[in-house]
Design a protein around this ligand. Structure first.
Ligand SMILES: Cc1cc2nc3c(=O)[nH]c(=O)nc-3n(C[C@H](O)[C@H](O)[C@H](O)COP(=O)(O)OP(=O)(O)OC[C@H]3O[C@@H](n4cnc5c(N)ncnc54)[C@H](O)[C@@H]3O)c2cc1C
Length: 581
């Protein structure tokens, strides 16, 4: 149901909507990717988080966005102790994310929410996805705490793990120590090899001197950061990975200062700062000459999380647009019944479902890679930047278009869409801007690691596996897979083609999502006779891969497809198949 509250002439918003129950795609895909026992275990928790996100957490997010963090340089006794004051609403968001659901710890600590093992990424990110539909700002600290724990457990020595891993994965708020990742300097965000922070060895630890320019979760207790040991080579090869605690063993502050907090367009609830390192104590993590390579694992971890979080923003925006479209009458009809608005709703819906498919595909590949599959590792290598690139870019547009569905009120900060739009613009910047991520997909994943072969093989295997996909559609998708892979290879093969890296990445994304939507449609049809995702697969070809003729009328089929996809009834396979041309 859409439209819970509203007042007279103003369209309702999503207050009171359970974001889990309102999203059958999520439970459908979870049941495809998770063992039944795990799905059944987490479903009541997702249901609870869905209800919280649609109500109390959303209210907290609105308050935390308005009452932004304040940096203080002294405590009330006049001692030089920096601290950041957060609104109680932000503290409540933290309590729910870390304390109640333990999202940051699900990959590392057994027993979270009563499950006897750690969680696969596909399960963890279902929680990320629901939480971020209410609050995107805190999504970053949750993710970097999770990523810091991953880096420490993979590369830290035993003493360092003993000291810091427990706190990073605590769900007891009194014992939790949050993480952060400081890489970017004034000289270089993309070009990290230009960083100037130096590390000087001293009695088994290091002293750091320099400045970090963008430091989200600025007051975190455990910081993972890059610095160049004195005398090390220039560029990324000379950069080491360090763990820097906020407090020293005796409880005194470490020698670094938050100089100021950034005044940001979005994620305003969360503190991002500029930091001066003034001989700060730090410990080396892993091999010093592998610092950048090791940090890249955290970056990729975050890029998947970024894809999920952008998908969350898009889903929330879609919920809002549908709520308005069903709740407001214009020219004698609901907006949802106006043909042109129906087409727009379809255009808002499509990127959400594409992104959700690729989030699950990537998370599942990561789980298989961590279980030892080389093919899955290659798949993760290419899917992660492909997902991060396109989903974060789509989030900007989807959130803007959904905002417009609310008319002028959409532009007003009392309603969520304005916040969603501001937040959505960040996903494509941090953890690699769009250009950097597209180059990673094409130049590195394809050009250097030849990971496109694994993607092509995976997509063909999915098509082979699902008898419900009509033969003609399957053949069409097969041809597109081969063409997308060949295009990416030709762009990667010649530096003169670098300017096409974004196009090649986008094409891989759309083709992969068309295949996955068809595969999922077939599998969901087998389970509960609903083939709607097959129709979405067709829309990817029509809207994203076909070249529109500026003078042609739109497909008449599309009005029927809109009826089917915007309706609540199951779409029988025979009906879907009739529209797969
Ligand atoms: C709110 C916020 C929070 C952040 N939090 C953190 C954090 O916690 N930790 C952290 O380390 N960083 C953080 N960042 C920094 C962020 O990761 C960087 O800003 C980002 O990586 C870009 O780096 P830059 O700002 O130096 O821009 P630049 O690297 O100077 O890029 C400028 C432009 O040049 C383009 N460009 C660069 N290289 C190429 C190329 N080879 N080909 C084509 N185009 C290119 C980029 O795409 C971009 O459009 C944060 C940023 C923001 C906005």
């Amino acid at each position: 149901m859409h439209g819970i509250t509203g007042s007279g002439a103003i369209a309702p918003d999503t207050t009171g909507l359970n974001f889990y129950r309102a999203d059958p795609s999520l439970s459908d895909l979870l049941q495809l990717y998770l063992p039944d026992a795990l799905f059944r275990h987490i479903e009541p928790h997702l249901d609870r988080l869905g209800a919280l996100a649609g109500d109390q957490l959303d209210q907290c997010a609105r308050l935390a966005d308005r009452h932004t963090p304040v940096l203080h340089h002294r405590d009330r006794f006049g001692r030089d102790r920096q601290w950041i004051e957060y609104h109680p609403a932000y503290r409540e968001l933290e309590r729910v994310a870390y304390g109640e659901f333990g999202i940051h710890a699900m990959s590392h600590r057994k027993g979270i929410l009563g499950w006897p093992d750690t969680y696969p990424s596909a399960a963890k990110h279902a929680f990320t996805y629901l939480f971020n539909q209410a609050e995107f700002g805190l999504g970053c600290p949750i993710n970097v705490t999770d990523g810091a724990a991953m880096l420490l457990s993979r590369f830290g020595d035993e003493a360092l793990k003993d000291k810091y891993l427990d706190g990073l994965t605590q769900t007891d708020m009194a014992l939790l120590t949050q993480g952060a990742q400081f890489m970017t300097e004034k000289e270089g965000g993309s070009d990290v090899g230009k960083l100037t922070t130096t590390a000087t060895a001293e009695n088994g630890h290091w002293r750091l001197t320099g400045e970090k320019w963008f430091c989200s979760n600025a007051d975190a207790s455990v910081v993972m950061l890059l610095a160049r040991p004195e005398g090390a080579a220039a560029g990324t090869r000379g950069v080491g990975l360090f763990l820097m605690p906020r407090l020293l063993d005796d409880g005194a502050p470490n020698r670094y200062r938050i100089v100021r907090l950034k005044d940001k367009l979005g994620t305003r609830s969360m503190a991002s700062g500029e930091i001066k390192l003034e001989g700060a104590l730090a410990y080396a993590v892993g091999r010093l000459d592998r610092g950048f390579v090791q940090m890249a694992e955290m970056v990729n971890w975050s890029r998947l999380s970024n894809g999920v979080k952008s998908t969350a923003l898009m889903r929330r925006a879609l919920h809002d647009a549908l709520t308005v479209a069903h709740g407001r009458v214009v020219f004698g009809k609901r907006i949802a019944d106006q043909p042109l608005a129906r087409r727009q709703l379809l255009k808002i819906m499509l990127p959400v479902e594409q992104a959700l498919s690729l989030c699950f595909m990537t998370a599942d590949a990561l789980d298989r890679a961590e279980a030892g599959s080389q093919e899955a590792a290659a798949l993760v290598r290419i899917l992660t930047p492909v997902l991060k690139f396109r989903s974060t870019r789509d989030a900007r547009k989807v959130c803007g278009d959904a905002l417009e569905m609310r008319g002028g009120v959409g532009y007003i900060e009392e309603f969520a869409p304005a916040r969603l739009l501001r937040d959505a613009h960040l996903g494509s910047i941090w953890e690699g801007t769009s250009n950097i991520v597209a180059l990673d997909a094409v130049t590195r994943a394809v050009g250097r690691h030849h990971a496109e072969g694994a993607l092509g093989a995976e997509l063909h295997a999915r098509l082979n596996e699902s008898p419900a996909i009509p033969q003609g559609w399957r053949d069409r998708l097969r041809t597109l897979v081969d063409r997308a892979v060949a295009f990416a290879q030709s762009v990667a093969a010649d530096p003169a083609n670098e300017a096409d890296a974004r196009r090649a990445t986008t094409t891989l994304y759309h083709v992969a999502s068309a295949v996955m939507l068809a595969w999922e449609g077939g599998r969901i049809h087998e389970r509960r006779s609903d083939a709607r995702r097959l129709l979405l697969s067709r829309l990817v070809l029509d809207h994203k891969l076909g070249r529109a003729d500026a003078f042609s009328e739109g497909s008449r089929d599309e009005a029927v497809i809109a009826d089917l996809l915007l309706g609540k009834e199951n779409v029988p396979l025979a009906v879907a198949a009739a529209y797969l041309g």
